[in-house]
Ligand binder design. Structure first.
Ligand code: SF4
Length: 473
C-alpha cells in the first residue's frame, strides 16, 4: 500500500469527427489509479495539435468548460502520470508534443527505460536540448531522429525500438495516424478495442476500454506496433518474440484495477488466487478476514473463501483524498493514516482479525494500520501479504527505488512482525507467483533480483534534475 503506480496511456481514433476529448477524459478517469500527479489530453485538429495538461487528478485538471474548448476531431492521445523518472512539475506532464522536420508528434508513455541515461547523454553530445527531465522525451527524440531517414512514422518507431531497452507501452499520434507499441518484454500492459460504430480505443487497461463503451479486441503483443489510420489497422511484429515475456507481476498484485483483464488473465481472479494460496500456506485460527482498502480486498476474499473464516469490512477509506492531500507534519499530533483510514469497531471488537494487504515496503504504514485495528478492541491481528517480500529495487516504472528503504532487506520476517506489531505475519511464497500469472511470462525482479535487462547505474527518480544542478555548480 506504500507503492506508487506508474502511468496510464489512452488513445482514440474515430471514423467521424466527434468529441474525442470527452472520450479521452472518461478513459483517463478509468485509469486514474495508475497516476494521480498530472494528466493531459492532446487532440488532433486536422493536423494541428491542441492540448490541455496540468498537475492534479483528472477531475481537478478538466471540467466541462475546458473540455468544450478542445476541438471536435477524430483522434486524441491522453495520459495520467505518476512520475517514476523526472520530478513532479508541469514540464513533465504528458502527452509530450514535438514538432520535427517531417511534422508533429504527441507521445504518451508508461514505463521506464533501463538505458535512458546512456541514450540521453548520447543525444546531448550530438546537440539535443531537453525540455523535461522524464525519459519519455528521450523516446520522442529518438523516434523523431529516426523519422528523418525512414519512410513513415511507424518505421521510425520500429527503428527506435532497436535502441530502447526496458519498459515502455507507448501511444503516439502523428497528423494522420494513431500508433501504439509495447516493448518486446511486455512489462506494462496495453490493449485495444472498438465500439460498434467503428471507433478504435487503445488503453493501458481493459477497464478504460469498457468505460468508453468499446469492446476489448485483444492485448497488444509484446514487441508489437499497431498502426491505426484511414486504411485500417496494421499490425507489425518485427520486434515480437525476440525476448521472453516479462509482464510486471505487480500489475496483478496491486497496480491494475481488479476489473481489468491483462494478457488474458483477470486481475480479480489473480488476487483471489493469491488470497487462497495465503490461506493454505499461512493458516491461522481467526474470527474475521478483512482487506486493506482497496488493494487488499480481493485477496482477503480469497483468503476467506479458502479458510472458511468470514469476510468482513474492518477498515473504511476516505475516498476523497487526492494528490492535494497535505500529510500532517510530524509534531502536529495527527496521524495521516488515521485521516485516510478508520477502523470499524462494530466488526472488529473482541475478534481475532486476519488483515490482508498487497505489500509491505518500509513498514511504517502497516505498523500504523495494525495499531488502528488493535485500538478498535481486537484480540489478535494476523497480517497476510499477497506478495513475497520486496528485496530489490524496480527499474521498470515503479517507485520501489532503493534497498535501503525496503524493510525486508534489513529484517527477518519475525523482526518485521514485531516492528509492525502483529501477532503473526505471512507473505505469499515466491513459487506461488506462477499461479497468479497463469502461464503468462512475468517479471518478479523486485522479489528475486532476476532482472530481465541490464541494470541502470543511477536509478533515482530525480537523476536528471540532480545532474543538471551539479552542472550549474
Ligand atoms: Fe514489476 Fe517488480 Fe518487475 Fe518492477 S521489478 S516490473 S515492480 S515485478
Amino acid at each position: 500500500m506504500d507503492i506508487h503506480e506508474e502511468c496510464g496511456v489512452f488513445g482514440v481514433m474515430a471514423p467521424e469527427i466527434c468529441d474525442v476529448a470527452s472520450i479521452s477524459y472518461y478513459g483517463l478517469y478509468a485509469l486514474q489509479h495508475r497516476g494521480q500527479e498530472s494528466c493531459g489530453i492532446v487532440v488532433n485538429d486536422d493536423g494541428v495539435f491542441v492540448s490541455h495538461k496540468d498537475m492534479g487528478l483528472v477531475s481537478e485538471v478538466f471540467n466541462s468548460d475546458i473540455l468544450s474548448r478542445l476541438p471536435k476531431s477524430n483522434m486524441a492521445v491522453a495520459h495520467v502520470r505518476y512520475g517514476t523518472t523526472g520530478g513532479t512539475n508541469r514540464n513533465n506532464c504528458q502527452p509530450i508534443e514535438v514538432n520535427h522536420q517531417k511534422g508533429r508528434m504527441a507521445l504518451a508513455h508508461n514505463g521506464n527505460l533501463s538505458n535512458a541515461a546512456e541514450l540521453r547523454s548520447r543525444l546531448e553530445l550530438h546537440g539535443a536540448i531537453f525540455h523535461t527531465t522524464s525519459d519519455t522525451e528521450t523516446i520522442a527524440y529518438i523516434i523523431t531522429k529516426e523519422r528523418l531517414r525512414t519512410a513513415s512514422i511507424e518505421d521510425a518507431v520500429s527503428q527506435a525500438m532497436n535502441t530502447l531497452d526496458g519498459a515502455y507501452s507507448l501511444v503516439l499520434m502523428s497528423p494522420q495516424k494513431l500508433i501504439c507499441a509495447r516493448d518486446p518484454y511486455g512489462f506494462r500492459p496495453l490493449c485495444y478495442g472498438k465500439t460498434a460504430d467503428g471507433m478504435y480505443v487503445i488503453a493501458s487497461e481493459s477497464c478504460a476500454i469498457k468505460a468508453v463503451g468499446a469492446e476489448v479486441i485483444r492485448d497488444v503483443y509484446p514487441g508489437e506496433i499497431l498502426v491505426f489510420s484511414k486504411a485500417g489497422v496494421e499490425s507489425r511484429r518485427e520486434h515480437c518474440q525476440k525476448k521472453d515475456k516479462k509482464l510486471c507481476i505487480f500489475e496483478y498484485i496491486y497496480f491494475a484495477r481488479p476489473d481489468s483483464v491483462i494478457d488474458g488473465v483477470s486481475v480479480h481472479a489473480s488476487r483471489i488466487a493469491a488470497g487462497k494460496i495465503l490461506a493454505r500456506t499461512h493458516p491461522v485460527d481467526a474470527d474475521i478476514v478483512i482487506g486493506a482498502p482497496d488493494s487488499g480486498l480481493d485477496a482477503a476474499l480469497g483468503f476467506s473463501q479458502e479458510s472458511g473464516i468470514p469476510y468482513g469490512i474492518g477498515l473504511i477509506k476516505n475516498k476523497y483524498i487526492g494528490r492535494t492531500f497535505i500529510s500532517p507534519e510530524q509534531g502536529a499530533r495527527l496521524d495521516g493514516v488515521k485521516i485516510k483510514l478508520s477502523a470499524l469497531e462494530e466488526s472488529l471488537r473482541g475478534k481475532r482479525v486476519v488483515l490482508v494487504d498487497d505489500s509491505i515496503v518500509r513498514g511504517n504504514t502497516m505498523g500504523r494500520v495494525v495499531k488502528l485495528i488493535r485500538d478498535a478492541g481486537t484480540k489478535e491481528v494476523h497480517v497476510r501479504i499477497s506478495s513475497p517480500p520486496f528485496l530489490h529495487p524496480c527499474y521498470y516504472g515503479t517507485d520501489i527505488d532503493s534497498e535501503k528503504h525496503l524493510i525486508a532487506c534489513k529484517h527477518s520476517i519475525d523482526e518485521i512482525r514485531k516492528i509492525i506489531g502483529a501477532d503473526s505475519l505471512g507473505y505469499l511464497p515466491e513459487e506461488a507467483l506462477e499461479q497468479l500469472a497463469r502461464g503468462c511470462g512475468f517479471c518478479s525482479a523486485c522479489f528475486d533480483g532476476n532482472y530481465p535487462t541490464k541494470v541502470p547505474k543511477d536509478t533515482r527518480k530525480d537523476r536528471f534534475e540532480k545532474r543538471l544542478s551539479s552542472i550549474k555548480k
